[in-house]
Ligand binder design. Sequence first.
Ligand code: ADP
Ligand code: ADP
Length: 231
Amino acid sequence: IDIRKATKIFKTKNNTIQAVDDVNLHIREGEIFGVIGYSGAGKSTLIRMLNGLEQPSSGEVVIGEDVISSMTRSNLLRKRQKVSMIFQHFNLLWSRTVADNISFPLEIAGVPKKERARRVAELVELVGLTGREDNYPSQLSGGQKQRVGIARALSNRPEVLLCDEATSALDPETTDEVLDLLVKIRDEMDLTIVLITHEMHVIRKICDRAAVMENGRVVETGPVIKLFQNP
Ligand code: ADP
Ligand code: ADP
């Protein structure tokens, strides 16, 4: 993943906000890369550029061979299957079971029913929700809900997983369980993970490298052991 001189300006009625300001980042295949910063630093806007939910006002976003920042809408929709996302509040469909939530992106992609069932069974086992297939999200704990979110995000076999404050709504113990799961799927599935967080613990526990954002700018970047070692 290459982010080159990316800037994002939001114009509202009364003011102009530079949410992302001339950011350059290179994220390596297979790494877990963290972006940390206070609320309002520009983390969400930056990560949303990686799946085309936001287009940069200037600069370029490249994933593999694809210049995400200049793609047409239909190509972007196809590419988005290769770049999945999980969220702080899980964004599950509340009227659908665990199995149907995980299967949903596959239905949209037109995957045949038998193949959907096969993949759902695989994913349920991978994320440790065996026996919960027919539960509704309201019957699950926060950690279990995020496991459904992760399984759903993996259903289309993405190359990149984006995590937007994915453990911020969870207690410390559950946070660690979900972080362990992210490391496991990175190791087993040839995945690159980009996560944003305001919690140092998350960065220290699973990230290989990280960037620190302040006021739309990346003010530091490097391996986590170097970035946060005490002087
Ligand atoms: P973070 O994820 O680090 O909390 P955000 O990327 O959400 O930061 O926001 C960065 C800045 O951009 C904030 O000042 C926010 O209010 C502003 N911003 C984000 N999205 C929009 C939008 N759609 N319209 C106007 N301003 C926005
Ligand atoms: P349907 O599949 O019938 O369109 P949903 O499953 O999306 O409906 O939503 C069912 C109910 O759950 C709605 O009242 C909706 O507002 C609520 N809901 C959906 N998503 C969320 C969410 N992420 N957080 C809280 N409530 C939600």
